[in-house]
Design a protein around this ligand. Structure first.
Ligand SMILES: Cc1cc2nc3c(=O)[nH]c(=O)nc-3n(C[C@H](O)[C@H](O)[C@H](O)COP(=O)(O)OP(=O)(O)OC[C@H]3O[C@@H](n4cnc5c(N)ncnc54)[C@H](O)[C@@H]3O)c2cc1C
Ligand SMILES: *[C@@H]1O[C@H](CO)[C@@H](O)[C@H](O)[C@H]1NC(C)=O
Ligand SMILES: *[C@@H]1O[C@H](CO)[C@@H](O)[C@H](O)[C@H]1NC(C)=O
Ligand SMILES: *[C@@H]1O[C@H](CO)[C@@H](O)[C@H](O)[C@H]1NC(C)=O
Length: 540
């Protein structure tokens, strides 16, 4: 009873290429496109022609989910009231995302099934969300109430090219699996730093890596994307094929289609040196000296180095900092780390490990999935005295929520080095709107995690307050920068707008070219949209 599929995608692509200008004709016929994919549309329920106002009675998503079941069987379509469905919604990093209940969860296993999904969603006008590793924190980023959640978890390919220049990786992978696969061939790639984080969201939003000072962000090191567009076409997007889309996918998030494969540039890589050092408050001024020195002087001299410093309070200990130091060569204590050398630590895990080992180590002590989470990020110009202001402001405000039960409330300083900014310009550059002349910058990001749902406004409010105090001071000192990193942005922030008016307009025109009926803007409402501002304008 499953529909049989033939694969006429090449034929469909040829027809599109023959059209002048538009990627999808204005009179695009979804039913005909489904038939082109080999779907027997007569076996599916009749679409609901009623007006939008009447429509809730007809449950377009119930029809869409029924169609997916007819086409693909119960194994790939989970519905409410089953343990598989519950374990899926319970599998998000944040409780907020897991709290939404989709009409069904669809788990495509092939590109053709992703094409079919998009057309089925269009046929019934049922909204959908796409989930990779599920590490975005805010509700609706990769989850949806009453729509279809498309889980990419079955796409787990890790194929190293014969020439070892690239590796094909699937959007269902977590970074630790990517590193383990690449390490078998003595290779690595530019990707995430913590083991369980998902591949697709991290790359499409940017992707900060230990290798970024030399190579740029993850999105800058994708040789090509396999992308399923709004009309269900699977296309290969690279610097030489759909170059405008290639630029847009480097930071443009989920606005242009569903990625089914990332061909990442690979490079030979043995063990790295690195780990974490923990300090008490008396070392904070030296911590700030060290991260400043790295951002301004150290990083241009040694492109193999990466450094982050994170601030928090620990029960019974007080104010603490965590320095994450990484070096892409198997050399301990390279000169670029000298400013950290004589600081008094209370714990030190630095040592030699492969990338997969570093990813596991960095994840140790991270809160278990399923807590309430919020992430926020801003961008500032590197300046030593601003760093002091930031630490003082953070701890003064943090004290106002000292009595609120929490798992953590942290603030991290991550330099965006001139090396990273230069490497972002390769192959036509990315959509982020950052250029080397303004740098070095640093991302200041905040993460809170807690267990009591009622405490959410308190954490949102304290972080929003810290950010507005710091932004105001930075503006006064001429050190502010608009950039908001999409992968750290809260629902109250507008990362796409932060790329600058020209880049946003270019992203919108690319969206209209490849998705004229704006499927990924309207039928996929979650994530940060090129046609909208902050998902939630009411900053607490
Ligand atoms: C513990 C932790 C560590 C982190 N470490 C880093 C780090 O080292 N570097 C860094 O840069 N960031 C880091 N981040 C941020 C991370 O990049 C984001 O959370 C990112 O969204 C994770 O991707 P995902 O696939 O897990 O997310 P998801 O929540 O699954 O997806 C995020 C977005 O991508 C879209 N999407 C997912 N799959 C696809 C697809 N196949 N095609 C098109 N769109 C898709 C979704 O619709 C959604 O809008 C970290 C986050 C956490 C929680
Ligand atoms: C769309 O295609 C279907 C199937 O080929 C056809 O029956 C229908 O008439 C078409 N609709 C329009 C508006 O052309
Ligand atoms: C939709 O419209 C068509 C043609 O007007 C009709 O045959 C069909 O029964 C309608 N479907 C529903 C669900 O109302
Ligand atoms: C660290 O201390 C040692 C011993 O006191 C000294 O020799 C070395 O120069 C110091 N290194 C730095 C970077 O200050």
């Amino acid at each position: 009873m499953f529909a049989r599929f033939v694969v006429p995608l090449a034929a469909l692509a040829a027809r599109v290429t023959a059209q002048t200008g538009a990627f999808e004709p204005l009179d695009f016929n979804v039913t005909a496109a489904l038939e082109n994919l080999g779907v027997d549309v007569s076996a599916l329920p009749e679409p609901d022609n009623s007006t939008i106002a009447e429509r809730s009675l007809f449950q377009p998503c119930a029809l869409a989910c029924t169609s997916l079941k007819i086409l693909f069987g119960d194994g790939k379509v989970l519905t409410e009231g089953t343990s598989a469905y519950d374990s899926f919604t319970g599998g998000y990093w944040s409780a907020q995302q897991g709290s939404l209940n989709p009409s069904c969860v669809f788990k495509p296993a092939k590109t053709l099934e992703v094409s079919t999904l998009i057309l089925v969603a269009r046929l019934y006008q049922c909204p959908f969300a796409v989930k990779g590793g599920g590490h975005a924190a805010w509700a609706g980023a990769s989850s949806i109430e009453d729509g279809i959640t498309v889980s990419m978890e079955s796409f787990k390919q890790t194929t190293v090219a014969a020439n070892k220049q690239t590796v094909d990786i699937g959007p269902g992978l977590r970074w630790v699996d990517v590193y383990k696969a690449a390490e078998k061939d003595g290779l690595s790639v530019v990707g995430g730093r913590m083991a369980p984080v998902g591949v697709p969201g991290l790359i499409l939003g940017g992707g900060i890596s230990h290798f970024s000072n030399k190579l740029g962000w993850a999105c800058d090191n994708v040789a090509s994307f396999e992308l399923v567009t709004a009309s269900g076409l699977a296309i290969t997007v690279s610097a030489t094929s759909y170059a405008d889309l290639y630029w847009a996918l480097r930071g443009g998030g989920n606005n242009f289609g569903i990625v089914t494969n990332f061909k990442l540039n690979a490079f030979p890589q043995g063990d790295l040196w690195g780990g974490q050092r923990i300090y008490l408050e008396d070392q904070f001024p030296k911590n700030l000296d060290a991260i400043y020195e790295f951002a301004v002087n150290g990083s241009p001299k040694d492109l193999d180095a990466a450094q982050i410093i994170t601030f928090a309070s620990a029960p019974g200990v007080g104010k603490v900092s965590f320095a994450n130091l990484h070096y892409a060569k198997p050399i301990a204590e390279a000169p670029v780390f000298a400013p950290w050398a004589n600081l008094t630590t209370i714990a030190d895990t630095t040592g030699l490990r492969p990338m997969s080992g570093m990813a596991d180590l960095l994840n140790q002590g991270a809160p278990a999935p399923g807590a309430y989470q919020t992430w926020w990020g801003i961008n500032l110009k590197m300046d030593r005295s601003l760093l002091s202001f930031i630490i003082d402001t953070f701890y003064a405000q943090e004290a106002t929520v000292a009595d609120v039960e929490k798992i953590l409330l942290i603030m991290a300083i991550q330099p965006i080095t001139t090396g990273a900014l230069k490497a972002m310009q390769k192959n036509g550059g990315n959509a982020l709107g950052l250029n080397p002349t303004g740098g070095p910058y640093f991302i200041l990001n905040f993460n809170a995690a807690w267990n009591n749902v009622a405490d959410e406004p308190k954490f949102h409010h304290v972080i929003a307050t810290i950010i507005s105090l710091i932004k105001a001071e930075a503006k006064k000192r001429g050190l502010d920068n608009d950039f908001v990193y999409l992968n750290y942005a809260s629902e109250y922030q507008d990362p796409i707008g932060s790329y600058g008016a020209a880049n946003k307009a270019r992203l919108q025109s690319i969206s209209k070219k490849y998705d004229p009926s704006q499927v990924f803007q309207n039928l996929q409402p979650g994530g940060f949209k090129v046609t909208k501002g902050a998902p939630n304008p009411n900053v607490p």
